[in-house]
Design a protein around this ligand. Structure first.
Ligand code: DP6
Length: 361
């Protein structure tokens, strides 16, 4: 598979205007992507659970703009014009233009909203970029009706990756692998693929309760953090470890060994943050309450034998992961003991989801 396959031949159809809407979820990585080459080519493979409730809904309205020499678009978040979103989208359009040659022939209105609060510290780039990539693919599908569903998803993931790496894991569900791995047939650095092997019942409907510890703007963006993996003293070992962990996870997903699952994903989360702390310059994204929560989770797990665990993304919030059949006890524990560490007692209940959905043509 190469980039070339995503450059379309001359389109068979023409279309004057239209409107498409997609909703696309966020995802949470189990084996983390941290470190990239140009255009979000990952340094190591990653795997994620697609989420169900945390999502972005984007409507793209388009009309013919034949003689434009530049991209023409407006962006709205929750009905309000957002000019500060434009540079990121402009960069994205530039990166994908070669694969979507119609981009300069239309003018666009991008209207977007999230099901989670914008200032929640939950990254909206994965759901936002994947929703936009899917809307653009829906336009391409009207111009080239021969596009198959599998090509559609693959190219949407490929385009989303060019917007934000982790966004390429938000097109489908329920487990997505991105990055070439010898352990996963069909895996690619260019786009995410559905995890192709058997998954034990224990992981079906896995729960993710997101504890919002800090809703503020991150001090260090993911992009800056990824770049600090260049010349990082532990980078080589870390990338190899991610390869090894994905291979180990494959066995765990098949056997349903929850204890091994917990050990692997918690180690991944802490290793991600260890990479941040050992970068130069170094930084810490966890907050005191992140550590309080982690310690409480460990104590509760030891006392009850329940299979509660945590993972982290590039921020202070904690994703509490647990099997569906332990929901009652775990939610009681979260409400009684962990919510106190959340900003304004705010948390979001989510679970594994099955990917993006088109809402209108
Ligand atoms: C820690 O996908 O946000 O969440 O590719 O620069 O947009 P860019 O970064 P991004 O990085 C996500 C990193 C992570 C781990 C993960 O999701 O795998």
């Amino acid at each position: 598979m190469t980039e070339q396959q995503f450059i379309p031949k001359a389109y068979s159809n023409t279309i004057e205007n239209g409107k498409v809407t997609w909703e696309s979820p966020s995802n949470i990585a189990l084996v983390k992507y941290w470190g990239k080459k140009k255009d979000q080519i990952p340094e190591n493979p990653s795997i994620s659970f697609t989420l169900n409730n945390c999502k972005t809904i984007t409507t793209l309205t388009f009309s013919k703009n034949e003689h434009a020499s530049d991209f023409e678009f407006e962006v709205f978040l929750d009905g309000e014009k957002k000019d500060d979103f434009k540079p990121k989208i402009e960069t994205f359009f530039k990166r994908v233009e070669g694969y979507l040659p119609f981009l300069k022939h239309y003018k666009f209105k991008i209207e977007t909203k999230n099901t989670f609060p914008h200032s929640s510290g939950i990254a909206s780039s994965a759901s936002g970029m994947s929703a936009l990539a899917l809307c653009l693919m829906s336009i391409e599908k009207q111009l080239a009706t021969e596009i198959t569903e599998s090509f559609f998803n693959q190219k949407a993931s490929f385009l989303a990756r060019l917007g934000s790496g982790s966004a390429c894991r938000s097109i489908e569900g329920d487990l997505i692998v991105w990055g070439q791995s010898n352990a996963i047939d069909g895996s690619s650095d260019l786009f995410g693929v559905k995890y192709p092997y058997k998954v034990h019942e224990n992981f079906k409907e896995y729960q993710d309760t997101i504890l919002l510890v800090d809703k503020g703007e991150k001090q260090v963006s993911s992009t800056v953090g990824h770049n600090l993996m260049h010349n990082h003293p532990y980078a080589k070992n870390r990338f190899q470890q991610a390869h090894d962990n994905l291979e180990k996870l494959k066995l765990i997903l098949e056997s349903g060994d929850l204890d091994a699952f917990i050990a692997l994903i918690e180690s991944e989360a802490l290793t991600l943050h260890a990479m941040m702390m050992t970068s130069m310059p170094y930084f810490i994204l966890m907050k005191p309450n992140t550590l309080e929560i982690i310690n409480k989770i460990w104590k509760f797990r030891q006392e009850t034998g329940l299979h509660i665990s945590f993972t982290l993304d590039a921020g202070a919030n904690v994703h509490v992961l647990y099997p569906k059949n332990e929901s009652f006890e775990v939610l009681e524990f979260i409400k009684n003991e962990l919510v106190a560490y959340c900003q304004n007692a705010h948390y979001i209940c989510d679970q594994i989801g099955f990917g993006a959905k088109q809402l209108t043509m």
